[in-house]
Design a binder for this molecule. Structure first.
Ligand SMILES: Nc1nc2c(ncn2[C@@H]2O[C@H](COP(=O)(O)OP(=O)(O)OP(=O)(O)O)[C@@H](O)[C@H]2O)c(=O)[nH]1
Ligand SMILES: [Mg+2]
Length: 266
């Protein structure tokens, strides 16, 4: 059987201090039926992000001439992965907050044919260092998505996600500022199956966050309402497109970091 091509993409804006370690931490060789490539979407960085990304093993870099925003960067990442023939794409922030080594776990429900879209969930896993106002903001925006979708979601703002090829083909991000909420509303309404995987989250120790309360209220909230008003068509999903295993024995303990799965066995 042909290997499945997984492209891991990182949206990055001035992340020279952290992007190297994130790229080096991406598991490349965790299953004999999977090959992993790394793509960086450089959102007009003015620092050494691109040089360090290449030196650390990035296979491809797409650079915007000017900063366009995280929503635009993720949209470009999705498009590029699809164009490059990815069977599955993973996105992970370049700021080192999300555990690249848990990418195989994020992929597992897709390889088992149980999900088309997965999100690493900080609130199902462990959180180190998130400030209280950020925590409350996350709860509110996650609750809003749950109510709109009539489906319980634990972490709607995660910076670590995976998409089947069909999800890549159909995902729409309707604004440039952010993607986190509108893409989930879009994919779930189209019938894609979402699953959340517990992850270990560590708040950034370098660089700068672009999240502002005002940005969320003035841009994200109207975009959520706009997305919900758009009519979307259900997609006929191929549930077994990426199946490479029988049901695995995934056992993950976020406290000890121990993980056992048939997928991680070579
Ligand atoms: N700051 C910023 N980051 C961007 C932009 N475009 C892409 N990114 C990248 O998007 C990812 C998430 O950005 P963060 O600022 O960390 O956003 P966040 O993780 O939701 O917020 P924090 O919890 O404060 O870290 C990082 O990898 C950034 O480098 C942009 O226009 N501004
Ligand atoms: Mg971050």
């Amino acid at each position: 059987m042909k290997k499945q091509k997984v492209i891991v993409f990182l949206p990055a804006y001035n992340e020279e201090e952290s992007i190297g370690d994130v790229i080096k931490g991406i598991p490349r060789d965790f299953h004999y039926k999977v090959e992993v490539h790394v793509l960086v979407i450089d959102d007009g960085s003015s620092d050494q992000t691109v040089r360090i990304a290449k030196e650390s093993g990035a296979d491809y870099v797409v650079s915007f001439e000017e900063n366009q925003g995280l929503g635009a960067a993720v949209r470009a990442g999705i498009k590029e992965c699809y164009k490059r023939g990815a069977d599955i794409a993973v996105m992970i922030d370049a700021d080192g907050e999300y555990p690249a080594k848990q990418i195989p776990e994020l992929l597992e429900p897709i390889f088992l044919g149980e999900a088309d879209y997965t999100m690493g969930s900080r609130f199902l896993g462990t959180i180190n260092g998130m400030k209280i106002h950020r925590r409350l903001g996350n709860y509110c925006f996650t609750l809003l998505q749950s109510l709109l979708l009539k489906k319980w979601i634990y972490d709607g703002q995660s910076g670590m996600r995976a998409f089947s090829r069909q999800a890549l083909e159909h995902a729409e991000i309707i604004h440039d500022y952010n993607y986190a909420q509108v893409i989930t509303l879009n994919l779930v309404r189209k019938g894609f199956r979402v699953q959340e995987i517990p992850i270990k989250y560590q708040v950034r120790s370098t660089g700068e966050s672009f999240i502002t309360f005002r940005g969320y209220l003035s841009t994200v909230l109207p975009a959520i309402l706009k997305e919900m008003k758009r009519p979307v068509q259900k997609v006929k999903i191929n549930y077994s497109a990426h199946v490479i295993n029988q049901r695995s024995v995934a056992k993950h303990d976020v406290m000890t970091g121990k993980y056992e799965s048939k997928l991680s066995a070579k």
